[in-house]
Design a protein around this ligand. Sequence first.
Ligand SMILES: NC(=O)c1ccc[n+]([C@@H]2O[C@H](COP(=O)([O-])OP(=O)(O)OC[C@H]3O[C@@H](n4cnc5c(N)ncnc54)[C@H](OP(=O)(O)O)[C@@H]3O)[C@@H](O)[C@H]2O)c1
Length: 376
Amino acid sequence: MKYRHIEKLGIDISAFGLGCMRLPMMKDEDGKDVVDEKKWVDIIRRCIDGGVNYLDTAYVYTGGLNEKYVGLALRDGYREKVYLATKLPLWDCDSKEYMYKTFEEQLTRLETDYIDFYLIHCLTGEKWKKMKELGVCGFLDDLKAKGKIKYACFSFHDNFDAFETIINEYPWDMCQLQFNYMDIENQAGLRGVKLAGEKAVPVVVMEGLLGGKLANVPSEVKEHFERANPDFSPVEWAFRWLCNFPQIATVLSGVATMEQAEDNLEIFDRCDIGIMSESELEVVAQAREIYKKRIKVDCTGCEYCMPCPAGVEIPRIFARWNYTYMYGIKDNSYKKLVDENKDASQCVSCRACMDKCPQGFDIPEKLKEAHEYFKT
Ligand SMILES: NC(=O)c1ccc[n+]([C@@H]2O[C@H](COP(=O)([O-])OP(=O)(O)OC[C@H]3O[C@@H](n4cnc5c(N)ncnc54)[C@H](OP(=O)(O)O)[C@@H]3O)[C@@H](O)[C@H]2O)c1
């Protein structure tokens, strides 16, 4: 396992951080999804034995059960071997009392009396405003002063401007960002990673494989990577690209099986800062271009076409079509639009949208194509 020295915090963190959100489930006798406790404990402990020293959980994961099972896995001396990260849920947070009460509950669930990295979960610009008003900064300062948390942090899902505001308004010890070779312009993006580096705020990466999509890649991307180096899987390309960044403290990977855990332990043994050659960076840039060429329609989501007189959710349909086709996945979101009579088949070709669309492609025709794609 490679470790990254975090100068500001004076600690070393493993390049592979275990994201506990996707640990395995199983069916009980009634066919209900329940936590596969044995696999869960085995995977967590195997990762720690293999050198992982950063674990990420959250109050809300696994329907509220995640922290409890992480706590269970960390018995028998494992707690002392890791930096434990968990997060304050914001969805129902309406007071400082809520924050303290939730924090104490988290300590109980995790069977610990302190948290290493305590994150404000899923911050956006709007939520940050609200949390400041509720006194979250004082709450974090207080927990730190009492030694109940070591580091005050946030996880983030919004655009770069919101990120810039948040990172400038509190002396954060760490930030957690969605980042991978496809998301360089999405959310905080590459600019966010660089800004965090300038401010000496270490970055913890989430969704490094885009939730698994960069592991199960379309055949043209797979062949491209194989041509460049048959020894590296698409997963290794994605992790090497991330580990190359000096700003990144650890890459969370949410493993779902022991095989994936073993694979990642090996990969992160080979990945280090500055590991990518210029030609390898070019290989990843080309993979990104291959993905982009799979975009089906040049809709930018400006919504000038809306509202559609027939009720068609035009930008949502095109966004879903581009995304699912690009990554070679299917999902149920289109079916929901069909149920609500907002799908592409509702288009009556009135062409009202065409007068407003700045991109100039034939919207009714593209809607027909999208409908055919989702039907199959
Ligand atoms: N703070 C937040 O708002 C937030 C949001 C998202 C995530 N997180 C945290 O960040 C962690 C990481 O995010 P993530 O789980 O989305 O990470 P990810 O690494 O992008 O995706 C994890 C998925 O990648 C696949 N995978 C992982 N290792 C693999 C391997 N060696 N070979 C093949 N496939 C592999 C698996 O997909 P399959 O299941 O399809 O096999 C796994 O479920 C989460 O677990 C969670 O702790 C936080």
